[in-house]
Ligand binder design. Structure first.
Ligand SMILES: Nc1ncnc2c1ncn2[C@@H]1O[C@H](COP(=O)(O)OP(=O)(O)OP(=O)(O)O)[C@@H](O)[C@H]1O
Length: 333
């Protein structure tokens, strides 16, 4: 059976509406009116044990709301949600032992204390015995390359070290299901890579299931074969990364290195290439075009027949660009 099941999951937030000024405040006090914000609308998906899935969406798409429903922090307005066989919002202790929620922008470690003290508190909360605590601490700190820093007050740690300590704290009870909301937010490139490597290793070692949101596509491409995309609260794609490119980008990027610089005026050069596809740039002998996938083979054959070409490469446009286009389009067919 799937370890995560979301069926027709919806969340509507009632938001109090207040007119400006004193009159508005008084009216609001005696007769409160509400507006409904549909944050998530009939979202359905399942995850199998051991899967690592990217959960993508623009700001305000409903990702955090969905994660909160999956971890039982909020009730769904309608729909069904099961995680590891439990109904999350019942918040049973045995359920909480199986999951963790890590939010990049929130911290659970106590700021003025060494991380080790917070870890000991967590161990006590989860009923982890001392010998087991030591062994898990040793294992996780080795995987995260953090040890001595755990003895310093958290406020003195770098952002990357703090995130590692946060991960350690969140995983001490060895959860099977990890919900990660922007775990690499604000980290420098090296720290991002370290967190990614750690997550991949945790997933492998414990066969853990991971649902991950991130605005850094590098996190997703490095870790997730499958992605779920939500847009304005609705699920618009669930499948592999390559399929996402096919579905939302009907183009491929063609880079051509010509043997000679075109002799014609810039406008005529544009006309020559415009018939092959959308011109991204023409700089000296280098031309970049977006060519429709269906016409790609014929177009390449024609270019090679018509021009002297030194080098030609075909690639998918960067995934950030494709997703950015989907989100900024406002609507998705
Ligand atoms: N407690 C709340 N009360 C009212 N509206 C809310 C509440 N939490 C979220 N919303 C609204 O629900 C929608 C979805 O928000 P959510 O935080 O789930 O999006 P998100 O995809 O996580 O965005 P981001 O990437 O910016 O974190 C937004 O329009 C947001 O304003």
């Amino acid at each position: 059976m799937s370890i995560i099941i979301a069926q027709q999951l919806s969340k509507v937030y009632p938001v109090a509406v207040k007119e400006p000024g004193l009159k508005g405040t008084l009216r609001h006090f005696f007769n409160r009116t509400y507006r409904q914000v549909q944050a998530v609308r009939e979202v359905s998906f399942t995850l199998e044990a051991g899967e690592m899935v990217g959960f993508l969406g623009a700001n305000g798409a409903g990702k955090t709301t969905t994660l909160k429903m999956l971890t039982g922090l909020i009730h769904p307005s309608s729909g069904l949600v099961k995680v590891a066989g439990y109904t999350p919002f019942e918040r049973q202790s045995s359920f909480l032992h199986q999951i963790t929620l890590i939010m990049g922008q929130k911290q659970q470690l106590i700021w003025d204390l060494p991380a080790l003290d917070s870890l000991r508190i967590n161990a006590a909360v989860y009923g982890i015995y001392d010998s087991e605590f030591r062994s898990r601490l040793g294992e996780l700190s080795e995987m995260l390359f953090i040890k001595e820093q755990l003895k310093q007050p958290v406020r003195k740690l770098s952002l990357g070290e703090r995130m590692k300590a946060e991960l350690l704290a969140a995983l001490l009870h060895r959860p099977q299901v990890l919900f990660l909301d922007e775990p690499t937010l604000g980290l420098d490139v090296n720290a991002q890579v370290a967190v990614r490597q750690f997550l991949a290793e945790y997933n492998q070692r414990y066969h853990a299931t991971i649902l991950l949101t991130s605005h850094y596509m590098a996190d997703i491409t490095a870790l997730c074969k499958r992605v779920i995309l939500i847009h304005q609260g609705e699920l618009i794609y669930d499948g592999n990364l390559e399929g996402l490119l096919e579905r939302f980008s009907p183009y491929r990027e063609v880079k051509i290195e010509l043997a000679n610089s075109p002799q014609e005026q810039p406008q005529s050069v544009n006309n020559i290439f415009a018939k092959y596809g959308e011109i991204e740039s023409i700089q000296g002998q280098s031309v970049r075009l977006l060519v429709q996938r269906e016409t790609l083979t014929n177009t390449i054959a024609e270019i090679l027949a018509q021009m002297e070409v030194l080098d030609l490469t075909i690639s998918d446009p960067p995934i950030e660009e494709v997703i950015g286009r989907v989100f900024s389009a406002g609507t998705v067919q």
